[in-house]
Design a protein around this ligand. Structure first.
Ligand SMILES: CCCCCCCCCCCCCCCCCCCCC/C=C/C(=O)SCCNC(=O)CCNC(=O)[C@H](O)C(C)(C)COP(=O)(O)OP(=O)(O)OC[C@H]1O[C@@H](n2cnc3c(N)ncnc32)[C@H](O)[C@@H]1OP(=O)(O)O
Ligand SMILES: Cc1cc2nc3c(=O)[nH]c(=O)nc-3n(C[C@H](O)[C@H](O)[C@H](O)COP(=O)(O)OP(=O)(O)OC[C@H]3O[C@@H](n4cnc5c(N)ncnc54)[C@H](O)[C@@H]3O)c2cc1C
Length: 730
């Protein structure tokens, strides 16, 4: 049954809906995965609508502490219904449909993230992926019925990306048959795990495993961290909330420090490796990276998460654009709906097509994931490297594109889009975090590049490669795409676009009407066209050659290029002496992110001074009302030329080294903006990360300890909601 029509709908919205060229219900069924799924979703929605407590005061008007307590209250009510529904299903497919529906409907109740996100999104999947059968039988029912509340603590203050660099140790003591957990340094403090700060009583801890004096690398352990009755942190642990952040404000992300904390031997999650009673280490896994499995799973999930979040943002922005009227096109005629402006459509329509691109690609990626998992059950890990490469690059691209598209949706709503009540800021805060967590954007793209370079080598040797990368063999002509990581990634993006096109065509080829097919085709074309235009520069081959330049300065250019080589910047490479761990500042990709910020700062300062001088003159000459917004390219050109000339004027009295640095900044700014369209600027530091003395970890911990939630060891919502819920008394 369709949802009932709602009375008092805005006339413009009704008019737009009447203009729709296809049956909306048909598209709804397509998105839900069929008529039955739509009906089931509505049944669950209606049930939740009847039983779930809504907010009386908007979440954003509460204090941080109240926000958290409110989130626990709502989560407990949702979990109660969720656990009940989950207990009624028997088939795996029904369970995954139900979880998806619950996930989506639950967003109606939270502006922010539930403190149970990590329990559901990582704790349970890690039990399934990393525990032996016996351990699964013990832990899974407890976790599914929420008798225990867990999280996933891998990242530390000092390391997130480089998992092999984690410092927490788990040393096996064969006399007592226990592991001893320790945080040997400040930087080894666990940091970030969602739900750890106040909610969780169990935690998956990733630590370096030592036995018989040898280190066997990082392994996951399942660890109780709070007393099940009093919720007090157990002796030997320091645990708390890390402090306010951009989003995730109700997810009580936490820190955890171990001091000779003992856990039983079978706390080691033993699907891929075990330690026998006498301390013998036994490797079971056929692939060394299987302990990274949960991350792959969540990366796959995130593609669909991005489709969902962007669909919400663009629905908000399109509806509002139909309602909002602004400006005068023709005298004495009504102001047009902002949706009618082509520029507005440009902002919105690409987001609509992106939602479909993400959703179809996500459906395909999830299927691929399950196929690879099924093969791995039979011991075949051949497809794992490609799955890792695929999930890495699709996660990176879709999280990055999604948060950028949500910003466009916010811009499309003008000032009102900036209101928290529009939900666009919260959607942005949630999705922009996904670009970082579960693997940083750049780092994951580099992982994919690594896979592609290896595949390319196989192609060069004439060896067979998998169908997904077979295009590399077809492109033996290297000029079609360059071999830099970016070039390779772009080629891979083309593959993602290819997946979208074939999947969307496949999914709409049966049953669906011509009207839906037309719309889906248009969306697919729009997505492909948009990205080919966005990347025009990349698709056009320029010569880029030291040998073929117009001026024929062949030898000069060869020498200039050689001198630019990073290897020539120092007479003796430091690897001659040793091989130190790099600072992230050493990565060129990191410098790329930072240095343009510095250059922009100077550009803005210089241009601001210049602008101030001419402000009065310009406004008096042009008059109010004639200062139409200048096209972006003109604005950038102004920045560039003013920066160039003003900087030149002001540096002449400075010392030579400073002049040289400032001139480099001008060059960087000009160069960067010929390549890029945007940059970031941090004007006021006020930052734990950017302090002059570089005491980053100390400051992060100091700030976390000042955090009000850490002033009380147990939050009162434990007694009010969590404990009665866990004990089945609620
Ligand atoms: C119960 C009922 C209740 C009902 C209630 C109803 C409610 C329902 C709600 C449902 C909820 C659903 C929620 C969904 C949303 C989920 C959101 C979850 C939120 C998560 C929050 C954030 C969590 C985190 O961030 S956890 C921490 C994540 N950390 C990272 O991702 C770190 C990134 N770093 C890495 O992955 C690695 O270190 C890496 C890859 C960068 C480098 O690793 P390395 O060991 O140094 O390897 P390297 O030397 O580079 O490479 C060697 C070799 O290995 C290959 N490789 C690397 N990784 C992998 C891999 N994963 N798999 C396979 N192979 C891998 C690599 O490519 C190299 O290969 P070769 O080139 O062949 O040598
Ligand atoms: C909201 C949120 C929730 C989170 N939840 C959890 C959680 O529940 N559990 C958990 O364990 N963790 C969690 N995390 C941590 C998250 O997984 C890490 O922050 C993430 O993996 C990035 O690692 P990092 O912070 O060490 O960044 P860094 O690796 O320090 O990155 C800093 C910069 O260095 C660059 N860089 C680093 N290495 C390289 C390289 N090899 N080549 C080129 N550039 C490089 C990056 O691109 C980036 O620009 C969460 C984080 C956030 C923001």
């Amino acid at each position: 049954m369709r949802n009932k029509p709602i009375a008092n709908v805005n006339a413009d919205l009704l008019k737009e809906r009447k203009n729709c060229s296809f049956d909306i219900e048909e598209l709804t069924n397509l998105i839900d995965g069929g008529k039955n799924q739509t009906a089931r979703r509505r049944e669950i929605e209606n049930m939740l609508l009847k039983n779930m407590p809504f907010d009386i005061i908007p979440e954003e008007c509460l204090s941080a502490k109240e926000k958290y307590e409110n989130a626990v209250r709502k989560s407990v009510a949702l979990n109660k219904i969720g656990v009940e529904l989950v207990s009624q299903v028997t088939k795996a497919k029904e369970l995954s449909d139900l979880t998806l529906t619950l996930r989506r409907v639950s967003d109606a109740y939270f502006r922010e993230v539930t403190p149970f996100l990590l329990h559901l999104g990582m704790f349970i999947p890690t039990i399934l992926g990393q525990c032996s059968d016996e351990q699964v039988a013990h832990w899974l029912p407890l976790a599914m019925q929420l008798k225990i509340i867990g999280t996933y603590a891998q990242t530390e203050l000092g390391h997130g990306t480089f998992i092999r660099g984690l410092e927490t140790t788990a040393t096996y003591d064969e006399r007592t048959e226990e592991f001893v957990l320790n945080s040997p340094t400040l930087s080894s403090s666990k940091w970030w795990a969602g739900g750890l700060g106040k909610t969780a009583n169990h935690c998956i801890v990733v630590a370096q495993l030592y036995t018989k004096g040898e280190c066997y690398g990082t392994h996951p352990f399942i660890v109780q961290i709070r007393d099940m009755d009093t919720h007090m942190p157990l002796k030997g642990l320091k645990v708390g909330e890390i402090g306010p952040r951009l989003g995730f404000q109700t997810a009580d992300n936490g820190f955890l420090v171990f001091d000779n904390f003992r856990i039983p031997r079978d706390s080691l999650m033993m699907k891929h490796a075990k330690v026998l009673k006498d301390g013998t280490y036994v490797k079971i896994a056929r692939h060394s990276k299987l302990t990274y499995g949960t991350m792959i799973f969540v990366r796959v999930l995130l593609v669909s998460e991005m489709a969902f979040n962007l669909s919400k943002a663009v629905t908000i922005a399109v509806r509002y654009s139909a309602v909002r009227r602004q400006s005068e096109l023709k005298p004495n005629e009504p102001e047009p709906q902002v949706l009618d402006y082509l520029t507005q459509q440009h902002k919105l329509f690409i987001s609509i097509s992106t939602v479909y691109a993400f959703q179809f690609t996500s459906n395909w990626l999830m299927k691929t994931y399950h196929t690879v998992q099924a093969n791995m059950k039979h011991g075949n890990t051949d497809a794992l490297p490609e799955l890792h490469a695929l999930s890495s690059c699709l996660k990176a691209i879709c999280t990055s594109d999604c948060s950028a598209a949500i910003e466009q949706c916010r811009f499309a709503c003008g000032g009102h889009g900036y209101m928290i009540s529009s939900n666009l800021p919260s959607l942005y805060a949630f999705t922009t975090a996904t670009r970082t967590y579960e693997g940083d954007y750049t780092v994951l793209l580099l992982q994919t590049a690594r896979f592609l370079v290896k595949t390319w080598e196989q192609v060069e040797l004439g060896n067979a490669v998998t169908p997904m990368v077979a295009y590399l063999a077809r492109h033996q002509n290297r000029e079609a795409w360059d071999e830099s990581p970016e070039g390779i990634i772009r080629a891979f993006e083309a593959i993602a676009a290819g997946v979208y096109q074939t999947e969307s065509v496949r999914s709409v080829s049966f049953g669906q009407s011509d009207a839906i097919k037309d719309v889906m085709k248009q969306l697919s074309d729009l997505y492909l066209l948009y990205w080919s235009l966005e990347r025009t520069g990349d698709l056009l081959t320029t010569l880029k050659s030291t040998l073929g330049s117009y001026d024929g300065r062949v030898y000069e250019r060869l020498m200039e290029e050689a001198l630019k080589s990073p290897l020539n910047q120092e007479p003796v490479n430091e690897s001659f002496h040793n091989e130190p761990e790099p600072q992230v500042m050493d990565f060129v990709s990191q410098q790329h992110k930072l240095f343009i910020g510095i250059a922009s700062y100077y550009s803005y300062s210089m241009t601001a001074l210049w602008l101030w001088d001419i402000l009065t003159k310009v406004t008096s000459e042009l008059g109010v009302g004639k200062t139409d917004r200048l096209p972006e390219s003109h604005g950038r050109a102004v920045f560039m030329s003013v920066f160039n000339s003003e900087m030149e004027k002001s540096v002449s009295s400075l010392s030579a080294p400073l002049q040289a640095v400032l001139r480099q900044l001008v060059e960087l700014y000009l160069y960067y903006w010929t390549l890029e369209k945007r940059g970031d600027l941090l004007l006021v530091l006020q930052s734990t990360l950017g302090s002059y003395d570089g005491r980053v970890y100390e400051r992060l911990m100091e700030e976390a300890l000042k955090n009000p939630p850490n002033k009380e060891p147990v939050n009162e919502s434990f007694h009010k909601y969590l404990k009665p819920f866990i004990q089945g008394k609620l």
